[in-house]
Ligand binder design. Structure first.
Ligand SMILES: Nc1ncnc2c1ncn2[C@@H]1O[C@H](COP(=O)(O)OP(=O)(O)O)[C@@H](O)[C@H]1O
Ligand SMILES: [Mg+2]
Length: 498
């Protein structure tokens, strides 16, 4: 292979999930011996591209070649044969099996994995452990060990360092350096620019489903990277929504709507916070820090071992979703299919929450219901062309519908769990505006988000969960760096952390 020949050449890749366009047209070229960073804001399409070049997903359009040969992968195993191995963003193991069973499922040489773990300095990790009991950083290192056993020419790492403490991140960089010096290539995805500048010789920036720039990243050139990542559209969006956030008067004098005290449940060790009416409290953290449990307890789907939940001064112990609803706590999960009756109409779905209220059992007033529904549809600008069945709506419109149900009901406290996951950017923006409007009308909102940007766009302040504890409380404009450090358990070092 001539030296200037590309190892991986991706041209014009397009991919949609239903109505969500994840990739419009993406190009990427990785050369032999190159450590290549793939950059872009959350939702830019990086992971989708990774899944396409590794054979997990099928592309709608475009071409892929490895060392000049066209590749058509049907599975990650096909990828191994072509010299591509990947650590995916989400750990790829079945939680209820042991590590060993998981490795065998994918035909991995377990002895080779064990040797790698020793090399990584985590030889104490036993393959007999049940996967769900293994801490996330170890799972990421296991995924890396597994990928390396396939001796790939191209090693793809999708946000591997996001869940790693500094020493294991260093191990990853050592692995990358060795892989490169052996003539291999790395495609490296990370939000931490200092890692990219130090360890990558080239970068490609994605924005809104396409590549917008490609250049060698250099120390001091971070601004250029950020500029191309954000582009104008997002900058404008930030201005508009942040404007909405800063507009309303301070409400510090109002008593809290929701107070959570010393909550212990599942992985939650001792969680306390409060939210006032008119306030959007952001909750964030890496995956698996107890956020699911927190929302389930508040919504009455799980019981706490200890602690108090107080709503408008009254202690409630939500044991059942109906208790939470009666006290005005409404949960909007990120998985719309759980929240909606997919076969039913939009009207029925919006009306559902009022019928769930025991005090309203009895004859349903169709007229009143219709009015509430029309109002909600209008407020949310739900595209009703598919009105007869909720399942025909796009993900974004489904999400607006779930929120609409509670709007029709007149709830007081909204629990939003990653509400914009899998939603296109235009609809995301409508949801941000809607959330701010609801708060301005007196709702107290607790919003968990996996997209750090949403903290600044929508929230008034944020708490960060780490290992089941709130390790930091930050102003909404603290910046992604400060939030990310806290999410990794590094608190109190940079001044901006307070
Ligand atoms: N399984 C899915 N179903 C629907 N939409 C998805 C799915 N996976 C990703 N998306 C959407 O596709 C877009 C690109 O996502 P992704 O490739 O994960 O971006 P990145 O890795 O750059 O954060 C986003 O709008 C995201 O919400
Ligand atoms: Mg991703």
């Amino acid at each position: 292979m001539p030296l200037d020949e590309a190892l991986l050449k991706v041209r014009g890749i397009a991919k949609s999930y239903g109505t969500v366009v994840a990739l419009r047209s993406a190009d990427l070229t990785v050369r032999p011996g190159e450590s290549h960073a793939l950059l872009g804001a959350n939702g830019a399409g990086k992971s989708t591209l990774v899944k396409i070049i590794t054979g997990v997903l099928h592309r709608d359009a475009g071409s892929i070649t490895m060392a000049g040969e066209p590749v058509e992968l049907r599975s990650p195993a096909d990828g191994y044969a072509k010299g591509i191995a990947t650590v995916f963003q989400d750990p790829a193991m079945v939680p209820d099996l042991t590590i060993e069973q998981n490795l065998k499922l994918t035909g991995t040489d377990t002895a080779a994995v064990t040797r790698r773990l020793v090399e990584f300095g985590i030889g104490e990790l036993s393959l007999a452990e049940r996967t769900r009991d293994v801490p996330l950083p170890f799972l990421r290192m296991l995924d890396l060990a597994r990928a390396l056993t396939h001796r790939p020419r191209l090693l793809v790492l999708d946000e591997i360092t996001a869940a790693l403490p500094a020493d294991l991140a260093t191990t990853v960089f050592d692995v990358m350096a060795r892989h490169i010096s052996g003539g291999g290539s790395v495609l490296f995805i990370s939000h931490r620019l200092e890692e990219v500048v130090r360890h990558c010789s080239m970068c490609t920036v994605f924005r809104d489903g396409g590549d917008v720039a490609s250049f060698p990243p250099r120390a001091g050139g971070e601004q250029r990277i950020v500029q191309s990542m954000l582009g104008e559209t997002v900058g404008q969006m930030a201005e508009e929504t942040v404007g909405a956030r800063r507009g309303p008067v301070e409400r510090t004098d109002r008593p809290p709507r929701l107070v959570v005290e010393n909550l212990r449940a599942g992985p939650l060790r001792d969680v306390s916070f409060s939210v006032r009416p008119g306030e959007v409290l952001g909750v964030t953290g890496l995956e698996g820090q107890g956020q699911d449990m927190l929302f389930e307890v508040l919504a009455g789907a799980q019981r706490a071992r200890e602690g108090r939940v107080v709503v408008d001064g009254e202690e409630i112990s939500p044991r059942h979703p109906a208790t939470a609803i009666r006290h005005g706590l409404a949960l909007v999960p990120s998985d719309r299919s759980v929240a909606l009756l997919p076969q039913r109409s939009i009207r029925e779905n919006i009306a559902l929450s009022s019928r769930a209220r025991p005090s309203r059992w009895g004859p349903i007033s169709m007229k009143k219901e219709n009015r509430a529904v029309s109002h909600a549809v209008e407020r949310l600008s739900i595209d009703t062309r598919a009105a007869s069945q909720a399942r025909r709506l796009s993900g974004g419109n489904q999400q607006k519908l779930t929120i609409g149900r509670w709007l029709a009901e007149g709830f007081t406290t909204l629990l939003l769990f990653d509400p914009t996951r899998g939603i296109d950017i235009g609809t995301k923006r409508q949801i941000y505006t809607l959330v701010r409007e609801l708060a301005d009308n007196g709702a107290a909102v607790v919003l968990y988000t996996s997209e750090l940007r949403e903290i600044e766009l929508v929230c008034d302040r944020a708490v960060v969960l780490y290992h089941g504890e709130i390790v930091a409380e930050l102003p909404a404009d603290a910046g992604e760096e400060a939030i990310l450090s806290a999410a990794h358990g590094f608190v109190g070092e940079p001044e901006e952390a307070r």
